[in-house]
Design a protein around this ligand. Structure first.
Ligand code: AMP
Ligand code: MG
Length: 418
C-alpha cells in the first residue's frame, strides 16, 4: 500500500480490517442454526434442506416412450422386418395389457409404459400407417430407440440433494418427482432490522426541510426477501440513546440476527456503536473498503449484530460482502466464496490507493463473446440511481489506483446464479 488517505487513520482502540479478513472473522464467529422443521413441499422454495434427500423410488418409475409412435421389438427390425401389425394402444397412464410378439407393434404416446416384449419405439413421422399395420419408412429403430428407462433421472437409494442445499424451483420440482410431500428444512432465521436517524421519514409521508425518505429499510426488505428469512421490520429509530437502547432490547428478544443502518460513524448523534458496546459485544467497526468503511459486528444477547453504515449504497455493498455470507452460514448453507468474474474494463477507472473499492458497474457481453464492464459514472455512496443502473460491483483492490481501458478487472454480479 503506497499512500493512504488521511480519513483511513484508525481511531484509538479500533481495528481496520480488509474485506477478506472481516468476512473470515465473521464466518468464524457465526455458526449454523441446526434447528429444523417439516415443511410442505409447496412452501419449500427458498428453504434450506436440513437432511440429505435419498430417492425412495426410481424416476422414471418404469420404461416409457419419449415420442408418439409405435412400440416394437428391435430384433425384428434387425432381422429386416419393416411391416408390423398394430395390436393395441398405450397412452400415458393407460398401459397396454398384453405382450408384443414378433411382427407386432403397439401404438404408444409420449410417457406411455413400454409394453412387455417391446424394446424400441419408432416415431410416428417415420412410418406409413394403414388400417391395422405400419410400414417403417426410414432407418429402423435400434434397441432402446426413443425409450426413457426406469431410473434414468434418479435411482432408488441414490443421494439426490445434500443437506444445506437451498431449494429453488428446479429442486422443488425434483423433490415432487420423487413423491415427497414434506421435507425437513432448517428453521427460518429471524432477522430484525431498523434504520436510525432523526432525518428519516417513512415512505408515503410529506418531507419537512432537512428530512429524507428512509430507503435503507426497503433495501433490506428486498435483500432479505431473497433469503427465505423471517423478517421483522422495527421501523425508524431516532438518534436518541434511550430509543436506540429500547430498539436493541426488542431486537435481541425477537431475532437471531439484527441489522441496523446508520449511526455507526463517529458523529455526535451516532449511538449504535456505543449502545452495542454497552448492551452486547462489539468485534470491530472499521473496514478497508469503499463504500462502507464503518461497520459494527458483534453480539446482542443471543443474536448476531450487524451495524451497517447509513449511506444507501454502503448498506447494499456491506450487505453483500458481510451479511449475506453470514446469513448463508447461519442457515446451514454450504460455504462458498463470492462469485467473481473476470471482465475487460471498458473505460478508465480511478481510485485512491488504500481501500478496496466496490465501484458500481454495468457488465455486458462484448463483440467477441467475452465480458466488458463500464462504470455507472459518479460513485457517491448516496447515489441509489447509480446502484440501480449497475448490475455488478467492480472490485478494485486496496493497493490499486484504478484500471485502464482493456485491463482485466474482477466483477461481482448482483445476481448470483452459482
Ligand atoms: P449516518 O451513518 O447515520 O451518519 O448516515 C450517513 C448518511 O446516510 C447520512 O447522509 C444519512 O442521512 C444517510 N442515511 C442514513 N440512514 C438512511 C436511510 N435509512 N435511508 C437513506 N439514507 C440514510
Ligand atoms: Mg445518522
Amino acid at each position: 500500500m503506497t499512500s493512504r488517505p488521511a480519513d483511513d487513520c484508525v481511531a484509538a482502540g479500533t481495528t481496520l480490517l480488509s474485506v477478506a479478513q472481516g468476512r473470515q472473522r465473521i464466518l468464524e464467529a457465526v455458526a449454523a442454526d441446526t434447528r429444523h422443521e417439516g415443511v410442505e413441499l409447496s412452501a419449500a422454495c427458498g428453504r434450506i434442506l436440513a437432511e440429505t434427500v435419498v430417492s425412495p423410488i426410481d424416476v422414471p418409475p418404469f420404461a416409457n416412450s419419449a415420442m408418439d409412435g409405435y412400440a416394437l421389438r428391435s430384433d425384428d427390425c434387425a432381422a429386416g422386418t419393416t411391416r408390423f401389425r398394430v395390436i393395441g394402444s398405450c397412452y400415458a397412464g393407460r398401459p397396454f395389457q398384453g405382450t408384443v410378439e414378433a411382427g407386432q407393434c403397439v401404438r404408444i404416446m409420449t410417457g406411455g409404459l413400454l409394453p412387455e416384449g417391446a424394446d424400441a419405439v419408432v416415431m410416428q413421422e417415420a412410418v406409413q400407417r394403414t388400417d391395422d399395420a405400419i410400414a417403417i419408412q426410414g432407418t429402423a429403430p435400434g434397441r432402446g430407440a426413443n425409450v426413457r428407462y426406469a431410473g434414468e433421472d434418479t435411482r432408488r437409494g441414490e443421494r439426490i440433494l445434500a443437506a444445506g442445499t437451498r431449494l429453488g424451483p428446479a429442486e422443488v420440482a425434483l423433490l415432487a418427482s420423487l413423491g415427497l410431500a414434506e421435507i425437513s428444512a432448517r428453521r427460518r432465521l429471524r432477522v430484525a432490522f431498523f434504520s436510525t436517524g432523526d432525518e428519516l421519514v417513512g415512505v408515503g409521508k410529506p418531507l419537512a426541510p432537512g428530512q429524507i425518505y428512509d430507503s435503507n429499510r426497503y433495501a433490506l426488505h428486498a435483500l432479505l426477501a431473497h433469503q427465505g428469512v423471517e423478517a421483522h421490520d422495527l421501523g425508524v429509530i431516532a438518534d436518541d440513546r434511550e430509543a436506540v437502547r429500547a430498539a436493541f432490547a426488542r431486537a435481541a428478544e425477537l431475532a437471531d440476527l439484527v441489522i441496523t443502518t446508520g449511526g455507526v460513524s463517529v458523529g455526535e448523534a451516532d449511538y449504535v456503536t456505543e449502545t452495542l458496546e454497552e448492551m452486547g459485544e462489539i468485534n470491530f467497526w472499521r473496514m478497508a473498503m469503499k463504500p462502507g468503511k464503518p461497520l459494527a459486528f458483534g453480539r446482542l444477547g443471543r443474536a448476531w449484530f450487524f451495524g451497517l453504515p447509513g449511506n444507501p449504497v454502503s448498506v447494499m455493498a456491506t450487505y453483500y460482502q458481510f451479511v449475506l455470507p453470514a446469513l448463508r452460514k447461519m442457515q446451514g448453507q454450504a460455504a462458498r466464496a463470492p462469485l467473481l468474474l473476470p471482465a475487460r474494463c471498458g473505460e478508465t477507472l480511478r481510485k485512491a490507493a488504500g481501500r478496496t473499492e466496490f465501484q458500481r458497474g454495468i457488465l455486458k457481453p462484448d463483440e467477441s463473446g467475452g465480458l466488458v464492464v463500464f462504470s455507472t459514472g459518479e460513485q457517491g455512496s448516496h447515489l441509489l440511481s447509480s446502484m440501480s443502473r449497475a448490475n455488478c460491483f467492480i472490485l478494485l483492490p486496496a493497493e490499486s489506483t484504478g484500471a485502464e481501458t482493456g485491463d482485466i478487472v474482477s466483477v461481482q454480479p448482483f445476481c448470483d446464479f452459482a
